[in-house]
Design a protein around this ligand. Sequence first.
Ligand code: FAD
Ligand code: NAD
Length: 419
Amino acid sequence: MGLTKAKKEKVDVMALNKPKIVILGAGYGGLMTVTRLTKYVGPNDADITLVNKHNYHYETTWMHEASAGTLHHDRCRYQIKDVINQSRVNFVQDTVKAIKIDEKKVVLANGELQYDYLVIGLGAVPETFGIKGLKEYAFPIANINTSRLLREHIELQFATYNTEAEKRPDRLTIVVGGAGFTGIEFLGELAARVPELCKEYDVDRSLVRIICVEAAPTVLPGFDPELVDYAVHYLEENGVEFKIGTAVQECTPEGVRVGKKDEEPEQIKSQTVVWAAGVRGHPIVEEAGFENMRGRVKVNPDLRAPGHDNVFILGDSSLFMNEDTERPYPPTAQIAMQQGITVAKNLGRLIKGGELEEFKPDIKGTVASLGEHNAVGVVYGRKLKGTPASFMKKVIDNRSLFMIGGLGLTLKKGKFKFF
Ligand code: FAD
Ligand code: NAD
């Protein structure tokens, strides 16, 4: 039976008046927001739209594995439609081109979206600090596409090496710029992958060089010194050479120029320069006109952008201060996911009434993998290394799957080879 005219008009008016929530990015922050939001906002309270470049979510935190080729990239991604409530969330696969704050509008590659409330979770991009040649010639570890390219590129160098009359050592020299968590985790995977490649392509392992160049006086700056020593020792034993206190100064098609302060720079010939020296917030956030520091917006305690009561920013595009250290929290998936829960709650309160909650990070620890079976970490204040740390890393990886997609997704994509 059809609706009476009066009822239909009422439904139309309700639909017209329903606030529009637009969430940009289906990463850790965006997906946590959208999966929790339907708990706090009913179908008649708001229209929810999620925008993402691809129809899949990828585990950014596993990209070092996909990049080295120790884990296939398909294991690191899943369909967004499988984890969202499709009857409540309108998913738009498109690329965000610009945010027009004054017009409450998002410009996409294929259209536009008006919003009443905006959530920005577009993640980060590699930070090159303006160093010449890095954008053109170095490989970042950022997403499925960059990982697939890097894995294939490394393999191509091995495949090419024995086909050329003049053997080129630069094909077998891999330089990793930056020994933060990304650099160290990637080195851990390379240490395992290189012997496999040597076997597959009939290359003597002693001909392959893996060189890590770190500008700071130590690997993993700020991390527990005993665990740093353990990681460095393990990686060196597995063929990684470290150049500490040495900065990448320029990247060219032939390799990199690196140097210590006040010393003559050194040229390293390499066909594979990997850039793992940090990230900055998404350029769209900068271009939108938010006040920012390296693309990250220092958000209010309720995670809204200062001066913009209808805009939340979370994850790597946000900057949240640690009041104890008076320094920003490092951008992590751990924080992005926790922020997603707060953003969902606060959107509910903005729409239905109630005081907004302040975001309180609950940092459980940090674990860095060193290949599939080794790791170092501090969890709930306890130091871990070796098998227990590696076990914990897999528990953390599985937990993020569970929080977004429940048991089904965890069983499908989780890591269960613990030893
Ligand atoms: P992301 O998860 O990166 O998601 C951003 C989303 O936005 C993506 O889906 C992307 O496709 C989409 N997007 C981007 N641009 C556009 C556009 N223009 N239009 C539409 N969509 C767009 N953190 C930890 O806590 N633990 C770890 O173990 C850990 N390991 C890491 C390992 C590696 C190799 C790396 C690189 C990072 C690691 N991190 C880790 C950091 C962590 O991955 C990030 O902090 C986290 O991904 C940030 O989440 P986010 O939601 O802000 O962005
Ligand atoms: P980072 O900023 O943590 O580390 C970058 C490193 O590159 C630093 O050690 C820095 O000194 C070095 N560097 C900078 N410029 C250099 C230059 N010109 N030459 C040589 N070295 C240079 O960045 P990241 O490792 O990419 O991590 C990004 C974020 O993701 C961080 O917040 C990190 O905590 C997080 N992350 C976490 C994990 C984990 O928890 N397991 C893993 C990866 C990344």
